[in-house]
Design a protein around this ligand. Sequence first.
Ligand SMILES: [Mn+2]
Length: 224
Amino acid sequence: MSHPDSDSQITAPKRTIIIGDVHGCFHELKKLLEAVEIRPSDEIISVGDLVRKGPDSAAVLRWAMETPNLRCVLGNHDARLLFRWLEGQKPDRGSADWEMHRQLGDSYNDAMEYIRSWPLYIEMGEFLVVHAGLDPRVSTVRLQSPHDLMTIRVPDGMHVPWYEAYTGEQVVVFGHWARNEPLIRPKTIGLDTSCVYGGHLTALILPERRLISVAAEKVYQRKD
Ligand SMILES: [Mn+2]
């Protein structure tokens, strides 16, 4: 005899929720987690750039450290914060980084150690999560440069965005390149929908490949 609840637990596939660039938008992050009806059994993956630019990077980092089912890839902004800390530099007084440093207080070192543990990419079978993208001329993700993984848009010597030339097997899920709508192509899914610029915060739900977005409450930063 089986209880209906235990049946549904057996048959429901384990979900993975991949979240676009948060950039300190803690309010929108909470709204997005509500919108996807987050469950303890879900795995959450961040495409990186959890911090900087936005209003509440300290709260986002605290949430991240308290969320055991979360994995993050390293974004260029996370890395910049990490490298400054590794070099023993304090954030510039009065800057948003300085405010985050002040709010985190004694847990700032723990937060930086935590960011230090983030990988440059996460592979999940047919999906590959990176912050910015890949050089399409480099055969495997292991041979990509960290700089490209965190910052690439149009590769040096090419005239098209990396994803237009990408012909790899895996579906690459990425952030970094802020746009109005998610980028949906057969082998690439871009999730940075400009939340910190007053756009949306977007999640990709696997295995159903459904996208959910929540609107930003306001423009936190002007796009350059
Ligand atoms: Mn970025």
